[in-house]
Design a binder for this molecule. Sequence first.
Ligand code: PRP
Ligand code: URA
Length: 209
Amino acid sequence: MSQVIELKSHPLVSHNLAILRSKDTDTQGFREAAQRLSTMVLVAATESLKTVQQDVETPLQTTSERVLAEEIWFIPVLRAGLAMVDMGLRLLPGAHVGFVGLYRDEDSLEPQHYYKNLPDFSQSTQSCFLMDPMLATGGSACAAIDLLKAQGAADIKLLTIICAPEGIKEVFTKYPDVSIFTASVDERLNDVGYIIPGLGDAGDRYFGT
Ligand code: PRP
Ligand code: URA
């Protein structure tokens, strides 16, 4: 069931990736491009949400549209995942939001967990959209998926902007039931764990630190 959906062939995705990657893009430009890309990834990742037909009265007649029929949770991985959750809430204002706080130790590259605010997912069925713009070694994503599964989450999709093949392999090896949606699958990791060509440090660039 493992699948990675890469959106780079779409001209708007590629155009915004060029802005996001450029070392000459300032914080505001970076934020705006990240938000546009997040919206595009979100639209693709929500394509198979469950819906039910509902009658709607237009000023002219009754018609029928499909409306969402499942509980939706957005789980941004702090910090950089915050870049994606704002756009998610614009598209789906009724979604719930949980949080996972992780940072990568600069030397070992191991994820360090510092915060969690998640419900007991086992009480109802829902779709969980785990949001983190960068999938590098995959350590952070796997740690976040572990936390979601420990809370009973069954349907998890990972939404990213840039992935390294190494991270995709790590996630799929451990969690073959998780699908990945991304703007770009890049070439590789460098010897200090950064994605090549990548965009540098997503959190620092998005928050101007
Ligand atoms: C970045 C990114 C991911 C992680 C990816 O976070 O947002 O969470 O690195 O790397 P991995 O796949 O090798 O684990 P970072 O550690 O820079 O934390 P920050 O968002 O708080 O800056
Ligand atoms: N985290 C980032 O922000 N960038 C990378 O290239 C790898 C991990």
